[in-house]
Design a protein around this ligand. Structure first.
Ligand code: NAD
Length: 332
């Protein structure tokens, strides 16, 4: 049963200035939580949390922000005596260009930061719930379709994406060890491609890239022939799933896919976005080589999330795109 209220709970959110992290903070505050957000702005943006920083000094705001690198032991950046009821570890570069530009920072934040946060809980507050933001990239270029949680994946351990894929896999291992061997309540969400307002238009992910190019009346950058597929989840659906995963009883040690199974080829994605932004114009494509180790298909098997969380995404692709496009227009 989900106790979907965070009323008066203390929640530590790492990566709070990021795309997903900032939406999580908004949702947690709306449920009455006291949120400590931590971020070092390696890929996040201050503007994602400006509305929260502005209210930080109000005693009732419930939000406090710490600019710090979460790879360091939490004792070094958290106020003494901090005992979070929940830790949502969302800090990590997430886009392929983003993590490939910062490979060491990426593997450290998914591995060493996960270890340090869990060791901190072990010492200070072992009753807390720890939720790790893993990724569909742990499935690599999957040979099973759609991907269920039991699938172990098909990952290149020494490829251009491995600083991310393999460190997320190690992060999962670290959660498993702290649950099995030390009794902590660790939980893992494997997030599939998510989009929405506040996603960084410059970070190279396909939806912001196509929206940015369409709004600028430029040809859309298509990798390869565009037959590779992705399944896109709107951010409010993802946040709802994450909060349910954190609060549903009896899920310590569990791993759950969170994504929208509505699958589209990249070419089709370009066509839909073009149609929403420039319906009277002909679609122009700028075909560029497929990046190395680019997965050919990605689609979550969501049956475990449906069964255990009673969660299923509800925002359609077109509706989510409309909201995202409107947001991008206000950012120009
Ligand atoms: P994002 O880059 O927008 O946000 C990540 C945030 O983490 C940024 O604000 C960044 O500055 C911060 N950060 C990174 N390293 C840090 C460190 N050492 N110390 C403090 N802060 C640090 O990315 P996002 O899309 O919001 O992704 C959030 C999480 O969800 C990541 O863990 C990512 O791997 C995971 N995820 C996201 C998606 C997606 O489609 N958005 C898919 C799968 C997994």
């Amino acid at each position: 049963m989900a106790n979907d209220s965070f009323q008066d709970k203390t929640v530590l959110v790492t990566g709070a200035a990021g795309f997903v992290g900032s939406h999580l903070v908004d949702a947690l505050l709306a449920q009455g939580a006291k949120v400590i957000g931590v971020d070092n702005f390696i890929t996040g943006r201050r503007k994602n949390i400006e509305h929260l920083l502005a209210g930080q000094s109000d005693s009732g705001s419930g939000f406090s922000f710490i600019e710090a690198d979460v790879v360091n032991p939490p004792q070094e950046y958290l106020p003494a005596g901090t005992q979070p009821d929940f830790v949502l570890h969302f800090a990590s570069p997430a886009s392929p260009p983003g993590y490939q530009a910062k490979p060491i920072e990426t593997y450290l934040v998914n591995s060493l930061a996960t270890h340090n946060l869990l060791q901190y809980l072990l010492e200070t507050h072992p009753e807390a719930t720890f939720l790790f933001a893993s990724t569909s990239e742990v499935y690599g270029d999957p040979q099973v379709h759609p991907q269920p949680e039991e699938y172990w994946g098909h990952v290149n351990p020494n490829g251009v994406r491995s600083c991310y894929d393999e460190s997320k896999r190690l992060g999962e291992t670290i959660c498993g060890v702290h649950h099995r061997d030390f009794g902590l309540d660790t939980r893992i969400v494997r997030i599939f491609n998510t989009y929405g307002p506040r996603i960084n238009p410059e970070d190279g992910r396909v939806i912001p890239q196509f929206i940015k190019e369409s709004l600028a009346q430029q040809p859309l950058s298509l990798h390869g022939d565009g037959t590779q597929t992705r399944s896109y989840c709107y951010v409010s659906d993802l946040v709802e799933g994450i909060l349910k995963m954190a609060t549903t009883e009896g899920l310590a040690g569990e791993t759950i896919n969170l994504g929208n199974p509505d699958e589209h080829s990249i070419k089709e994605t370009a066509e839909i976005i073009h149609q929403l932004i420039n319906p009277d114009q002909e679609l122009r494509l700028n075909v560029i080589p497929l990046p190395k180790d680019d997965p050919t298909r990605r689609k979550p098997n969501n049956s475990k999330a449906q069964r255990l969380l009673n969660w299923t995404p509800t925002v359609t692709f077109e509706e989510g795109l409309r909201r995202t496009i409107e947001h991008f227009k206000t950012q120009e």
